[in-house]
Design a protein around this ligand. Structure first.
Ligand SMILES: [Cu+2]
Length: 220
């Protein structure tokens, strides 16, 4: 092997993307009768907010549960990224998301009215942003891991949940499925958290290449 080729081979062998990593995937099911959720009645600014907004707390389609945060414990968190929290018709979009610790959250006001976006990490305020007008944008770094519960100080029915993860994590989609990529091989405790239905725990052994499967079931 000539020198440049050797150098390239060495670089590739040292590159982080050459590290073995597998994937964890699965689905989250809901067993039993889905709870009937009444729409949340709005109490002000109905020209902008409408008379009601849907209660997004429990979303089930064909027995599959959306908006469950699945976290791999004890594996390194992915590099910080960027997330967006929008406000549309006096609802937060998305209702649930997860971001690696250290990520930047951009909060956007899509409504022509004042929203006050108040994020709580436990009892402490993680951020408190007054967003007076449509297309207001503010960014905050999410420096500490944990669950950030977002409320609006103007419209008390508004809520969103941001899981600031210190490990690889994902949120289930409308089909109840999740995929967590780039998990180093190993055996891990995995938690599945839902805002109303609580937490489930499982264990998964992730291979060096390919995917491990772990499903969860919530229900009543
Ligand atoms: Cu608001």
């Amino acid at each position: 092997m000539n020198r440049p080729a050797l150098a390239v081979a060495l670089l590739l062998s040292l590159a982080p993307w050459s590290t073995a990593a597998g994937e964890l995937r699965g689905v989250v099911r809901f067993q039993g009768a889905p709870p009937a959720l009444a729409p949340l009645e709005t109490t002000k600014e109905r020209a902008i907010c409408g008379d009601s907004v849907p209660d997004e707390a429990v979303q089930i389609a064909a027995g599959m549960l959306r908006n469950v945060v699945v976290v791999v414990k004890g594996a390194p968190a992915p590099a910080p990224g960027k997330g967006v929290l929008d406000q549309r018709g006096c609802r937060y979009v998305p209702h649930v998301q997860t971001l690696p610790v250290g990520s930047t959250l951009e909060v956007v006001n899509g409504d022509p009215t004042l929203h006050n976006v108040h994020g709580y990490l436990g009892q402490a305020t993680a951020f408190n942003l007054a967003m007076p007008s449509k297309d207001s944008r503010l960014a905050r770094q999410l420096k500490k891991p944990g669950l950030v519960v977002v409320r609006c100080d103007v419209h008390d029915w508004m809520s969103a949940f941001i899981w600031v993860a210190d490990g690889p994590a994902a949120v289930t989609g409308v089909d109840g499925a999740f995929v967590i990529a780039n998990v180093p091989p190993g055996t891990y405790e995995v938690t599945a958290w839902h805002e109303k239905l609580g937490e489930r725990k499982g264990t998964a052994t992730v291979p060096a290449t390919g995917a491990a499967t772990l499903d969860f079931t919530f229900g009543n």
